[in-house]
Design a protein around this ligand. Structure first.
Ligand code: B12
Ligand code: SF4
Ligand code: SF4
Length: 317
């Protein structure tokens, strides 16, 4: 079983890109500890708890030799939040419009792994993860040639842009590896300038405590007073630092039914969303990545966004 055969099978299963990185001591893995020490993980204590394992995939699977990385495009035909002049619109991050990628891509990765096990003459060790595993997925994606880590800290593929989900299979097979991707941000700083809360404190360095994505998805309890206005009309996640990126200006779109916007979230305004009953929200959250905040968290965000809309300057023109 060769690397090219695995990549061809990954394509057949619906992944848009696949590359293979060595399970090595990559220099970028070392930023993680410093990032935690600076408090940039906010209250995401699980990132501290799992720091040892996240430092190197060989702490997760000691026999690991390679990491098979996948990227799956989730971009659809709806406009960017930066193109929407209406501040009463509920802004929901693009990745969250459709089905839960953990389930969809987890199943596809397991199919790829099952195919590999059938093909391989020898048994081998492997673990498949999408997002929730103790793996610094972006670092391995860069070393698998999937894309470089941009100044907005997202992995950018030259053909697909950055609207991609990553997935990883750590395995003990000594597969042929890819060359790492080279940085193509150049002198551009559009994302650093566009972030409404200055969460990108330096190129590639994100302070989660300031990031709207963290404040609306990960933070439990009330959003601190000094961060409330910055959340604007975002009710779940934020895409601004990717929307302004030139590499996403003509990003291809996926026709995969899994990522198309559910009716409940599609270009919905804040008032309509706020008037939905708990039962209606519960149904819409089923099988969606947005179930992470539960109805309670979503309501907290909608209330804040409505307050922000009322106190904001009136629209010009
Ligand atoms: C925790 C987490 C978050 C946190 C923290 C984000 C962050 N930047 O770390 C929060 C909740 C804020 C978040 C937000 C989002 N996330 Co998130 N998140 C994760 C998770 C679970 C871990 C990330 C991690 O390890 N962070 C630790 C820090 C150190 O890593 P990093 O920020 O990526 O930094 C790298 C570089 O920027 C650089 N770096 C860091 N510090 C320094 C310092 C110096 C000096 C230098 C030069 C470089 C440098 O090296 C780091 C590599 O170690 C991953 C899944 C996974 N298991 O990897 C998904 C993941 C990164 N998230 C993802 C997505 C889609 C998002 C959002 C777009 C969702 C949204 N629309 O709201 C936003 C994007 C915000 C942004 N600009 O990053 C995708 C990213 C896909 C991609 N194309 O890159 C991932 C890979 C999930 C997946 N499987 O698809 N996320
Ligand atoms: S996701 Fe939004 S708040 Fe977070 S860094 Fe990007 S632009 Fe800033
Ligand atoms: S906006 Fe510019 S600096 Fe930021 S990630 Fe995209 S190319 Fe890099």
């Amino acid at each position: 079983m060769t690397s090219s055969e695995i990549k061809a099978q990954a394509r057949t299963l619906g992944f848009d890109a696949c590359g293979i990185a060595p399970a090595a001591d990559h220099p970028e893995l070392h930023f993680y500890r410093d990032w935690l020490d600076r408090g940039y993980a906010g209250e995401m204590t699980y990132l501290h708890r799992t720091a040892e394992r996240r430092a190197d995939v060989r702490n997760v699977l000691p026999s690991a030799r390679t990491v098979i990385m996948t990227a799956t495009l989730y971009n659809t035909d709806r406009p960017y939040s930066t193109e929407c002049a209406n501040r009463d619109r509920a802004q929901i991050a693009r990745y969250a419009w459709g089905d839960d990628y953990h389930d969809v891509l987890g199943a596809r990765l397991e199919s790829l792994l099952a195919w590999m096990r059938e093909r391989s003459p020898e048994p081998f060790d492997a673990r498949a993860y999408v997002d929730t595993g103790p793996v610094q997925e972006r670092v391995y994606a860069q070393h698998a040639g999937i894309g470089w880590i941009g100044k907005n800290s997202c992995v950018i593929n030259p053909e697909l842009g950055s609207w991609v989900f990553l997935g990883a299979i750590i395995c003990s097979l000594p597969l042929e590896v890819d060359a790492p991707s080279l940085d193509q941000c150049g002198t551009c700083t559009l994302c650093l300038e566009a972030c409404p809360t200055q969460a990108l404190v330096a190129p590639g360095v994100l302070d989660s405590a300031r990031c709207i994505s963290y404040l609306t998805i990960e933070l439990r309890g009330d959003v601190p007073d000094d961060r409330r206005a910055g959340v604007g009309s975002h009710v779940y996640g934020c895409d601004i630092c990717q929307e302004v990126c030139p590499w996403n200006a003509a990003a291809p779109r996926s026709d995969d039914p899994a990522w198309q916007a559910r009716g409940a979230w599609d270009r919905v305004d804040l008032l309509t969303l706020s008037r939905r009953s708990d039962e209606e929200l519960l149904v819409a959250l089923r099988g969606s990545p947005m179930k992470r905040t539960k109805v309670e968290g979503l309501r907290r965000n909608i209330t804040l966004a409505l307050q922000n809309a009322q106190t904001a300057e009136p629209d010009r023109g």
